[in-house]
Design a protein around this ligand. Structure first.
Ligand code: 3HC
Ligand code: NAI
Length: 707
């Protein structure tokens, strides 16, 4: 008996239950408790077989990754994995049949623990996987060596490089499970173990010998996986590292392969990629919690939604709801716009089916959930309304008053505005406590960020329900303040400003985009504008200019407005910063842009010259981090980690770098500050260090203390 493992002797079976709520993580103490409990049960003469199961809602979700921070060096990691490997070998050598009985999740170390048992049974709803790659590591407790022996190299490669778990049915089909339990797991496991006690037969995964043809096919699969990852890994090392470890296992003995796995795991766990991904794991969970100053209150149940405005965003938001299985009415005042929206939605699902990304029954279900309408008849029934009409303050205020008049008092009223004042919309509704911003990112059915904009009077219940909606829709939520551009777009403005200035200084559009994609961004700043629409930014600037404001402070390049006046809106007009052949999204460099950049530079008295790729990356990331520090000062974001989550999910900042603030943290805030000073000296006083950045450097502190 220990704190973490409860032993029941139900002769001839010892039932060991791992108790480390909520998800039975494997800290060192839990591993050790399992080791002791199994050894004690094996030594008990009354015991003929042992069952290992998880208490609560799950088997074991894996290693406690908070503890990985203690693995500061490769030697630390080698030592720890050495202990775990030896412990699992002891488990496998247990002379009495050892059965893993799985419900909920067997992930990471949880699955590795199960694979060291002699038999595995699971409930139908169980999920089994090696999600380590999502944390920048590889399985470090024998997973890369035992998996191929149990389910073949192909499945092992897929599990370890992709990270998506298998359903119990698929796991059984792959050879990972011996039996699927239909009824109660505990009684079934006891019955199964009793039978094993009679047979008194054990089975060691590590002793499985793969036939030579399976090994050859596995080696070919490793090469093919590596080639595939070259296109998709975007600089991430962990997926390739998993292939290396599996390949080593195919070429070497179990012991030598295991040593190689430990070496590779150790190199991964101390690398920035893993630190960054572990940071995001916790950042995403923290961002999805209510702020500390908000009364804890439960979320309302959302069963039925309405979207007002069936344009680009409204259509995408309606699809996001339908994809989550929620019925949604999509309202517009323009019948033609509504028809266009429904056609575009149908075409989207059709193409997903044609590409094999969606089963046809899911398309049918989603389409049946979206109802186009030009009236408010259904509005008294809905639990949430998302307004996505044109970006016009007066129009939106009218829309909010109208919507409030036809919905229930408890209906959540959200606006998808990118730039307008949520408080003004809240007042216009007459129900300010119910109003909140739900700022989706385009395309709303794909991008995973939801900025939840907290107005001055937004209620705790509405924030809580908004977080629940984000979860339902599969979005990462970040609660942000009601300031111009909120968090992600506000920072983007500074990033784009610098990209434009770099163009005028002499870098080409293609060079700047190339430098940023090499850094890991999915698209560079110019391709991004061509996708989003150069007209969209131009209209925002016009709106701001009317109020005497600019989007970002400092010098503004005239080039985007010039393109706008030329009707070069980006992909939608086949010309923007690049040229596009009709029907193609492939960007083609356009010499005209170089000419325009020469002219713009000339008008500012500059001669364009060479700029190094590294300088481009440093400039753009420094602009992000410095503005991020201001966003923090102004409390538009609650914590630096929220900014990381927003930027990774909203603009595809490479997760393996942890987000713009984490990246600044890893290169050193003093380095970032020194760059700001250097840029100020070279480019002008518009470069000013954020006071928070200066303060943190002065006090040798980081963005992440106390968060
Ligand atoms: N390490 C540390 N904390 C973890 C954790 C982990 N591996 N997995 C979950 N937690 C924490 C969460 O942060 C959360 O804490 P909080 O309540 O303080 O916010 C709590 O456990 C519950 O987790 P969730 O909120 O995520 O619970 P859900 O029910 O939504 O999801 C889950 C459960 C599907 C198991 C999900 O938590 C998950 O996917 N966890 C990560 C699984 C994983 O990656 N395992 C591999 C770890 S690495 C490893 O095992 C290496 C091995 O090879 C040695
Ligand atoms: P859009 O121009 O594509 O569509 C707006 C739709 O609203 C049109 O179909 C129009 O007919 C309809 N509409 C106008 N008045 C209406 C009313 N009173 N009632 C019902 N429908 C009405 O606009 P888009 O791009 O979809 O933007 C909508 C909102 O989303 C804006 O607030 C915008 O700032 C915001 N947004 C836009 C993003 C983008 O990338 N396009 C990203 C995030 C937010």
């Amino acid at each position: 008996m220990s704190d973490y493992v409860r032993t029941e002797i139900l002769a001839p079976v010892a039932l060991l239950t791992i108790e480390n709520p909520p998800v039975n993580l494997l800290s060192d103490e839990v591993w050790e408790a399992i080791d002791r409990a199994v050894a004690a049960a094996a030594a008990d003469a009354a015991v003929g077989a042992i069952v290992l199961m998880g208490g609560g809602t799950t088997f074991v979700a894996g290693a406690d990754i908070r503890r990985f921070a203690r693995l500061a060096t490769i030697d630390d990691a080698m030592m720890r994995t050495g202990w775990t490997h030896a412990m699992l070998r002891r488990l496998e050598d247990t002379p009495k049949p050892l059965v893993a009985a799985i419900h909920g999740h067997a992930l990471g170390g949880g699955l590795e623990l199960a694979m060291a048992c002699h038999f595995r049974i699971a409930t139908l709803d169980a999920r089994l996987g090696q999600p380590e790659v999502g944390l920048g590591i590889i399985p470090g407790a024998g997973g890369t060596q035992r998996l191929p022996r149990l389910c073949g190299p192909d499945v092992a490669l897929r599990l370890c490089t992709d990270g998506t778990p298998l359903t119990a049915e698929r796991a059984a089909h792959a050879g990972l499970l011996d039996h699927i339990v239909a009824g109660d797991l505990r009684s079934s496991a006891l019955g199964y173990a009793r039978a094993k006690a009679v047979q008194a037969r054990t089975r060691k995964t590590r002793e499985v010998v793969l036939p030579p043809d399976v090994i050859d096919a596995g080696l070919a699969a490793c090469a093919a996986t590596r080639a595939g990852l070259a296109a998709t890994a975007r600089g991430r090392r962990a997926p390739l590292a998993a292939v290396d470890a599996i390949e080593a296992g195919l070429l070497m003995s179990f012991d030598d392969g295991s040593l190689r796995e430990r070496e590779i795991f150790a190199a991964c766990v101390v690398a920035i990629e893993s630190r960054a991904l572990r940071h995001l794991f916790f950042a995403e969970r923290a961002a999805a919690r209510l702020p500390a100053d908000v009364t804890r209150v439960g979320a309302a149940t959302v069963r039925y939604a309405a979207v007002v405005g069936a344009g680009t965003m409204g259509s995408g938001i309606a699809m996001a709801y339908a994809n989550a299985g929620l019925p949604v009415v999509l309202k517009d005042v323009d019948g033609a716009a509504l028809d266009r929206a429904m056609t575009a939605i149908a075409r989207h699902y059709e193409s997903a089916v044609a590409k094999g990304r969606l089963e046809s029954y899911r398309r049918d279900r989603a389409l049946a959930l979206i109802t186009p309408t030009m009236d408010f008849d259904e509005f008294p029934q809905v639990d949430v309304v998302v307004e996505a009409v044109f970006e016009d303050q007066a129009l939106k205020e009218r829309a909010f008053a109208e919507i409030a008049a036809v919905t229930r008092e408890d209906c959540l009223l959200a606006s998808n505005t990118s730039t307008l004042d949520i408080d003004a919309l809240a007042e216009a509704s007459g129900r300010p406590a119910q109003v909140v911003g739900h700022h989706f990112f385009s395309p709303a059915n794909v991008m995973t960020l939801l900025e939840i904009v907290r107005g001055r009077r937004t209620s705790a219940a509405v924030l809580s329900t908004s977080l629940a909606i984000a979860r339902q829709l599969g979005k990462s939520a970040v609660i942000v303040g009601n300031g111009f551009g909120f968090v992600a777009n506000r920072m983007l403005a500074y990033y784009l400003r610098e990209a434009l200035l770099l163009l005028e200084e002499g870098a080409s559009v293609g060079q700047i985009d190339g430098a940023m994609t090499a850094f890991g961004m999915p698209v560079g700043p110019f391709a991004l504008q061509d996708i989003a629409g150069i007209d969209v930014g131009a209209r925002i600037r016009q709106h701001l200019a009317a109020g005497g404001r600019t989007w970002a402070s400092g010098p503004q390049s005239r080039l985007p407005d010039q393109l706008y006046r030329m009707g070069r809106y980006g992909q939608k007009t086949n010309a923007g910063w690049y040229r596009y052949e009709p029907g193609s999204r492939h960007p083609i460099a356009d010499p005209l842009i170089e000419q325009l950049a020469d002219d713009a530079a000339g008008a500012r008295g500059l001669t364009r010259g060479a700029v190094a790729d590294d300088d481009i990356v440093a400039r753009l990331l420094t602009a992000l981090a410095n503005e991020g520090a201001r966003v923090l000062e102004e409390r538009l974001a609650q914590r630096a980690a929220d900014i990381d989550v927003a930027y990774c999910h909203g603009f595809g900042f490479p997760r393996a770098r942890g987000g713009p603030m984490f990246h600044a943290h890893t290169i050193g805030l003093d380095t970032v500050l020194a760059r700001v000073h250097d840029y100020r000296a070279r480019f002008g006083d518009y470069w000013q260090p954020a006071p928070l950045l200066e303060q943190l450097v002065r006090e040798s502190r980081s963005f992440y203390e106390g968060s």
